[in-house]
Design a protein around this ligand. Sequence first.
Ligand SMILES: C[S@@+](CC[C@H](N)C(=O)[O-])C[C@H]1O[C@@H](n2cnc3c(N)ncnc32)[C@H](O)[C@@H]1O
Length: 180
Amino acid sequence: MSSLLEREEQGRKPPYGRALDVGTGSAIWGIQLAKRGWEVTGVDVVGKALDRGRERVQAAGVEMKLVQGDVTRLSAAEVGSGFRLILDTGTFHDFNVEQQQRMARSVDALATEDATVILLCWSRRIRPLIRGVSREDIETAFAGWQVTDVEPSHFKLPRPLEWVLRPDEHWYRLRRARAL
Ligand SMILES: C[S@@+](CC[C@H](N)C(=O)[O-])C[C@H]1O[C@@H](n2cnc3c(N)ncnc32)[C@H](O)[C@@H]1O
């Protein structure tokens, strides 16, 4: 992950621009972005997760805006626009096709022309926990965007769960096809 971020930061000085942490949960990843010098907004539909996120943000001593909203309807969530980086760790891969497409359209509308989208997704379905997505699913939802990089996350579960669930998680980097 850090190599993917370094690529977006290369040749620039902080602040690197606006970043949107989609389905931020308790803001773990958003805080990492804020520490690196991004101006971060996190959005999540669950109020309790955001409460925990606010505690974490305060404890970390960073600036990060947290907004309650549905990532498949971001225009109604008042998160703003002009995002150079959109990060989603674990939300998109659990959506059905219609939700995936709505999220992708929402992201597209808020992203700058030179924006990068980074998704962390499980590739295999883990019933009833995770729907899972393929590279093709991602490119279908993100019409007008292209996957430029795929990297294994090397995520491991404790032994018995590792054997049963066989996690197959990847980082996907997307850019607008017309910007390539
Ligand atoms: C697996 S958690 C990942 C949380 C965080 N990104 C992380 O990596 O720690 C998925 C998050 O997506 C949020 N989520 C699910 N559906 C959502 C929706 N339609 N709009 C906004 N957030 C949603 C959940 O509340 C949850 O916090």
